[in-house]
Design a protein around this ligand. Structure first.
Ligand code: ISJ
Length: 100
């Protein structure tokens, strides 16, 4: 069948997409734990110094693996935004429960 090769490529792409989603789910379980930790300790949801270190490290990693560093940083920023939004949500919820 002429599409055999394309089908194989697509199978590999689907496997990689599955791994990416599973890894992201694992990452968000950890950042969710961080949300509760930060809320309990009254720490700010975002840590810009830490984010700058992560961006630097991932840009270098992207360069060394042939990935566009700008794309790697955009992706990281999107993931961090989702995590910090959850931190803010949990902080607000916890502060409301303390004031009751
Ligand atoms: C998870 C943390 O909270 C925020 C989310 C981060 C992330 O998703 O990697 C990084 C820094 C913080 O802005 C943290 O401080 O480590």
């Amino acid at each position: 069948m002429p599409n055999d090769r394309l089908q194989r490529y697509r199978k590999s792409i689907d496997n990689i997409d599955t791994a990416l989603i599973c890894l992201l789910a694992e990452r968000f379980k950890i950042t969710s734990d961080v949300s509760y930790y930060k809320a309990e300790k009254q720490l700010p949801p975002a840590d810009l110094a830490r984010e700058a270190e992560q961006a630097k490290r991932l840009r270098q990693l992207a360069e060394s693996t042939g990935l566009n560093p700008d794309f790697a940083e955009r992706f990281l920023r999107m993931v961090i935004e989702e995590a910090t939004q959850h931190h803010r949500l949990i902080k607000d919820e916890m502060e409301k429960s303390w004031s009751n």
